[in-house]
Design a protein around this ligand. Structure first.
Ligand code: SF4
Length: 313
């Protein structure tokens, strides 16, 4: 799963709310409940065992937002063996020679040399540090890894190496990822299902291919119109949607649909009634969007309130 990250998602993640079972989309209720479990569990700051994912006050087994600055997430006073093996010690899984053997195996699994486990973080490149972060996340053999902007601080060539490594690990170990990113091309490449968030709420949820080809929420249209187009000919024919105004405060969100102050389709009902996540005409039953007028949003156009069609692709 990928999530388009905005400022508000990162601002909200330290104060998450427990999911409301009556409003949770069906597609998020089954095995993907790990997603909600993670959000509600982290706000308690207690040791909690959720299926095979252990969440502790200092999350171990998760790639959190520290990994988007790999050097800042690694203690410069500790060897990488101590950093990666820390979770094994704290959870009383392995110590001494056994811990070193496990760390060496993790290093080899993420494409590093086992001989490097005694070195310090500053002796590694940015991509290697990211691999160390992945090794640390794998130390407790989690089933779910939360990847918060894992490649945003890396060069493009290194980004692809890290993404391919994550995909290989997924195939080998049967991992699931909750992948949070603002790079929409990376989200499309990496994700099976995508949830688009606005003001801390999911406003659209669908399979990656369907969401990119047939977005039903006006905010998703605006996001996709901002993806850089490498082909100059296609670029000429594309329209960028510039949303008016600023993102409202998540502390005091607008009533009704939170997107209504900036939406080209806004009607009176949008100002008072919050739209539910629901399937819409022209999309599959698993494709959910929180918009009263999603039926007016097509793959290439948004029809505004006076009937004008705005091409977006
Ligand atoms: S519910 Fe109304 S304001 Fe909200 S996205 Fe849909 S059309 Fe726009």
């Amino acid at each position: 799963m990928g999530i388009f990250k905005g400022k508000l998602l990162s601002g909200n993640k330290n104060t998450p709310k427990a999911p409301n079972p009556t409003t949770t989309p069906p597609a998020l209720k089954n095995n993907n409940c790990l997603f909600h479990s993670f959000l509600s569990a982290t706000c308690t700051h207690k040791n909690i065992q959720i299926k095979s994912v252990t969440i502790v006050p200092k999350p171990i087994g998760l790639i959190n937002d520290l990994i988007c600055t790999p050097i800042g997430s690694l203690n410069p006073r500790m060897t990488v063996c101590n950093i990666v093996g820390y979770a094994l010690t704290v959870n009383r899984i392995a110590r001494g020679a056994e811990r070193r053997r496990r760390v060496a195996a993790l290093f080899e699994r993420v494409g590093l040399s086992a001989a490097d486990v005694s070195r310090y973080p500053h002796e590694f490149s940015g991509g290697q540090r990211q691999r160390i972060g992945i090794a640390r996340a794998l130390a407790l053999e989690p089933k779910l890894i939360v990847c918060d902007e894992p490649v945003s601080a890396l060069d493009v060539s290194i980004q692809s190496q890290i993404l391919n490594l994550l995909k290989d690990l997924q195939d080998e170990l049967g991992l699931s990822y909750l992948f949070i990113a603002h790079n929409l091309a990376v989200v499309e490449y990496f994700s099976d299902q995508v949830a688009v968030m606005y003001l801390g709420k999911i406003v659209e949820f669908a399979g990656a291919a369907e969401l990119y080809q047939n977005p039903k929420h006006p905010y998703t249209h605006a996001l996709l119109s901002a993806v850089p187009e490498p082909d100059p000919d296609s670029r000429q024919s594309r329209r960028r949607i510039i949303l008016p105004g600023e993102v409202p405060s998540p502390i005091n969100p607008p009533p009704g649909c939170p997107f209504h102050p900036r939406c080209p389709l806004c009607e009176d009902i949008c100002r008072t009634v919050a739209p539910p996540m629901a399937p819409h005409q022209g999309a599959s039953a698993e494709h959910l969007a929180a918009c009263h007028f999603a039926d007016q949003v097509g793959p290439t156009t948004v029809v505004d309130r006076v009937g004008n069609q705005h091409p977006v692709a």
